[in-house]
Ligand binder design. Sequence first.
Ligand code: UDX
Length: 441
Amino acid sequence: MKIAVIGTGYVGLVTATCFAESGNEVTGIDIDARKIAIIESGKLPIYEPGLLELVERNRRDLRLRFTTDMSAVRDARLIFIGVGTPQSKEGDADLSSIWAVGDALAKQLKDLPDEGPGSRVVIIKSTVPVGTNRKLMERLHAAGCKHVDVASNPEFLKEGAALDDFQKPDRVVIGVTRPEAGEVLKELYSPFLRTERPFLVMSLESAEMTKYTANAMLATKISFINEMSRLCDKFGADINDVRRGIGHDVRIGFQFLFPGAGYGGSCFPKDIRAILGMGRQTGTEMKLMQAVDDVNEAQKHVLLNKVLKHFGEDLKGLTFALWGLAFKPRTDDIREAPALTLIDGLLARGAKVQVHDPEAMPNVREIYKDKLSYSERPYGCLEGADGLIIVTEWQEFRNPNFEVIAGLLKQKAIFDGRNLYDPKLLENRGFAYYAIGRGRN
Ligand code: UDX
């Protein structure tokens, strides 16, 4: 099938590449010539494990190409939109890119012949407030594109595991207004549905709402366990044991119940706020979602609060080593990362901060420049530090040499935002060890 994917950001690139990999002829389109030039030079504008190799292979095999020329959509039967929908100043989703793409599409498609339902489908993959797909459809129809179907196909990709999530989805959700659009998308997805994964067809609004509801549920689990972990700290209970204690109940399960320094990234914070925006617009009270957001904002301060409790309010003259800056491992993404809140708090109290992250340092350097010192190696950043703070659970931080750490740190204090270590073991080695919800404040 001939496919166009508009937007070569995270979602667009993964979508374009995986559809090329399954045998389609795909054109990735972006108005940003810089991004296209990066891809054409054999690199990627984002980091995702395995993606570069797949892009390169499909480009070589001529199934995947990139361009800034919007007229490429004229050849495509399916046109996916994967442009950004960032948070606006008011906290709602900013849809200006979606409308701009819609208008550009109308210009290209309006003079093409009507070949019947499902013959040309525009599919929004970006996460958009409920009602957006229908508005896009009305806009396209009003601009002379009555022959174009609009479908919603929310993505459920996790950064760092996006290729697997795309190629082995738990489910594919499609919102349509005419069944033929669902049929052609089912054909497109069939190579990924071999293992009896459900292909769920519903209305545009239900598909849009499915995406928000999934992320809201996941974010709620995180804020829930983070809140319980605070209580654990107060009573000397260990959240790890509690998690095991609840997870065997299959109604609860073990997943997504790891406490930490708060969720970050490009999805959860933005989507929860978009839900709050939809609540405001419709006069629907969203008390739980507000609480999920509030708990998360507070949780981003949990590590700093533990540091202040140990060292006192004034951190002048103290140096801290930070392991992990990305909002989670296996990505260089620092959007809404809890590490940034922590860095701001430490700097504001006069501390010096030395950081290490396997992938995210260039992005952090762009913001903080020489306000931080950057270390290419985890141990390098410990030298002369008064404490080590771990924010992101990269694999290489899981089993460090504590003797080396003790030798490099000026004071043996570890603040572990991801509960990586055994508290007893560290205390036996003479560390002051603070984790999340493991019975110490
Ligand atoms: C998420 C959803 O998982 C995905 O389905 C959706 O399409 C986009 O949003 P992503 O943002 O890539 O994906 O990250 P994810 O792995 O879900 O983690 C989100 C945040 O939650 C991270 O900051 C992570 O550290 C935090 N988290 C996750 C916890 O604090 N505890 C957990 O138990 C799980």
